[in-house]
Design a binder for this molecule. Sequence first.
Ligand SMILES: Cc1ncc(C[n+]2csc(CCOP(=O)(O)OP(=O)(O)O)c2C)c(N)n1
Ligand SMILES: [Mg+2]
Length: 380
Amino acid sequence: MGNSVAAKKTTSTAETPDPYEVGPLGLFQLVDETGTETAAVPELPEGLAVRLLEAMLFQRALDQRMLNLQRQGRIGFYGTAKGQEGAVLGSGAAFEEQDWCYPALREGAIALWRGMKLDHYIAQCFGNAADPTHGRQMPCHYSDAPSRYVSLSSPIGTQISHAAGAARAIQIKGDKDKIVGGWMGDGATSSNDFHAGMNFAAVWKAPIVYICQNNQWAISVPAAAQTASETFAIKAEAYGMPGMRVDGNDVLACYVATKLAADRARRGEGPTFIEMLTFRLGGHSSSDDPTKYRDESIAKQWEQRDPLDRHRTWLVGKGMWTDKMQDDFLAEAGTAISEAITRVEAAPPVETETLFSDVWADVPAMLRDQQDRYTNEETV
Ligand SMILES: Cc1ncc(C[n+]2csc(CCOP(=O)(O)OP(=O)(O)O)c2C)c(N)n1
Ligand SMILES: [Mg+2]
């Protein structure tokens, strides 16, 4: 597997390479790990670059606090995006309000970016009465209807075909302005649903962008043992869609590449598959200890390529960010997270009656019978 992070340097930073031309065997990059531009950063929407840093800083802080809650036995499970925030937020920011998101495990920051309430994010992990989804999913399986962020199912890769189906439904309904984002990990490319989803999306030229966060591990299985393909991005070609390969720790490159793919999908020109090369700095989840199966000196090397430091250095160089702004932002974020945890943790357990609500518009007789028996036993 080619996991090199050295992008082909452009001769002049005056040009922005086209990630479609860089192709599935190259690596599209705009800013390198020292925060230096290796290619011209195109004009970005007003305020976006700063918002991206803030969102990455927020997610890093939130992930640590949530992991602490798990370690303290206050929530049951958590999976951080540590090291992958650039790929998560760079890709997520390229979608519009009306689009639909079908995430994998590590994209919760996109739900927040799209407007999910912090209390609901935290409550989903507590699974108590403050959780609008009534604790029906494992922690980190967020759904947020207002932001069109659809919960993954734990079986790996299932969201890939759900996303293809949603994109096809948009086509059938003739909703020209909407597209779908479908996220997955490198491991998910070995699932049946990867084939089903990619094939279906390409055959129908469905309006979707697939983003594969190649964090180089699927729990303890390294990317090199996951596929014999030269890169994950090259798989796109077999399905008849373009593949891009992007430096996943370069948040701006992730945004620019995803935005191009999103624009293409919105024009009705079909799907794109984007591999974002990154690294999972933490464990797979709170149930995992990576020191048991991987050489942690490699993780140390990837710490030097931290997407937060890189983007921050770039912003400071542009005069758009200062140490004081960072300190103030982190202080405010810490307070907001603490206050939200306090509010959410005070909520009672989910009411058992909610087992019977929100599932059926017309409750079937068998379930109504169970509900009656439950209610009567309660009152005897
Ligand atoms: C069908 C299925 N097999 C196995 C698992 C157990 N499992 C959970 S996450 C995971 C690895 C996923 O790796 P990847 O797709 O690279 O995503 P990452 O966790 O690295 O973000 C596995 C094997 C599962 N959830 N579903
Ligand atoms: Mg992975």
